[in-house]
Design a protein around this ligand. Structure first.
Ligand code: TXA
Ligand code: MG
Length: 323
């Protein structure tokens, strides 16, 4: 049975991780489902709870920069330190050649491991009290919407030991971290996020920073065409869409003199993309939970800056329902 606890009981959850258990916890991006990254049996529990295929590697979460010294193979690329100094703790995941202590189940047999230091205080305290690096994918069943509230985690009905309730800071970012792979002289953005390729370029000007389209050889395993999907059909919406009865609409900007249907949710009233990202998954969860809504329609955003990450998630979420 899953125990739901508050941030005054983090020590229990940390002990559970040390003993090989599974703990769902808030981060500033989405909820993670964590286990001791150095214990392959505990990590197998994550794949089992999520029904996640084993070709999809996990991100290892740390609370202290020194932990990269044991997780990454030496010599550690200079860019790692520059990126860490600028963006950690925060929504950036760095993929780098791994050391021998990282079990192969964590990386799906790849010789590189993904590492992130989250900024959410509950995540930080959990990892630091556990005293071990914490492997954690998003705390949803494979392919479904990422959770940005503890209630979204409950809905997944997974076999886990503890769920730590987050607060308002939980969905500050709202979509998963930017994932970058660092090699000699080249840094490839494997998954777009709110930290953009341009910001990465500014931080490591000596590196060639490639976006995924430019370096298809290096496409990350686990980045599938269909992902992040609600359990109801999801389609794109534009001005020409004729809405069927019982449809819900998700928009990103409110226009003054317009009349909207009752089942309209705004991720932002002003089209602010930081807000759109922060409210994206929670809006889709609301539509998923509304029994009167049979089909969901969502507007596109621009593909510039953070818009690239938002459209990446939406293209995957709508993929299986494309006509
Ligand atoms: O914001 C986040 O990153 C959240 C929170 C919980 O930290 N985590 C998350 O994990 O989104 P997940 O499992 O849903 O996505 C991890 C993705 C994998 O699907 C894969 O694309 C990439 O990160 N990844 C992990 N390890 C990798 C590796 N060794 N090489 C290349 N890509 C890797
Ligand atoms: Mg995920």
């Amino acid at each position: 049975m899953m125990k739901i606890i508050s941030d005054n009981e983090i020590s229990k959850a940390a002990e559970c991780i040390r003993n090989g258990g599974l703990v769902a916890f808030p981060t500033e991006t989405v909820y993670g489902l964590g286990a001791n990254a150095l214990n392959p049996i505990a990590v197998a529990g994550i794949f089992n709870a999520k029904k996640r295929p084993n070709f999809d590697p996990l991100i290892v979460h740390i609370s202290n920069l020194n932990q990269i010294e044991t997780l990454f193979a030496h010599p550690i690329n200079d860019a790692v330190y520059k990126l860490a100094e600028r963006f950690w703790p925060g929504p950036l995941t760095i993929v780098h050649r791994k050391s021998a202590i990282v079990p192969s189940i964590v990386t799906s047999d790849l010789d590189a491991v993904a590492v992130r230091m989250p900024s959410h205080p509950i995540a930080q305290q959990l990892i630091s009290e556990a005293g071990v690096p914490v492997a954690a994918p998003s705390a949803n069943r494979f392919g479904q919407l990422s959770p940005t509230s503890y209630k979204h985690v409950i809905k997944q009905n997974m076999e886990i030991d503890y769920l730590i309730k987050g607060d308002d800071r939980t969905k500050a970012v709202g979509i998963e971290s930017t994932v970058v792979a660092v090699e000699n002289g080249v840094c490839t953005v494997l998954r777009p996020g709110v930290i953009t390729a341009d910001e990465i370029r500014k931080c490591i000007p000596d590196f060639e920073v490639l976006t995924p389209e430019k370096n298809i050889k290096l496409i990350s395993p686990g980045l599938l065409q269909s992902h992040y999907s609600p359990l109801k059909p999801l389609f794109y919406y534009d001005e020409t869409t004729v809405l069927p009865l019982n449809s819900g609409v998700v928009l990103h900007k409110k226009e003054n003199d317009k009349v909207y249907s009752e089942k309209t949710i705004f991720t932002s009233e002003t089209g602010n993309l930081v807000e759109v990202a922060a409210n994206l998954f929670s809006s889709l969860h609301k539509m998923e939970e509304d029994e009167e809504v049979k089909e969901i329609y969502i507007a596109k955003t621009s593909e510039i800056g953070i818009g690239q990450a938002i459209m990446d998630r939406l293209n995957k979420a709508t993929f299986q329902y494309r006509k």
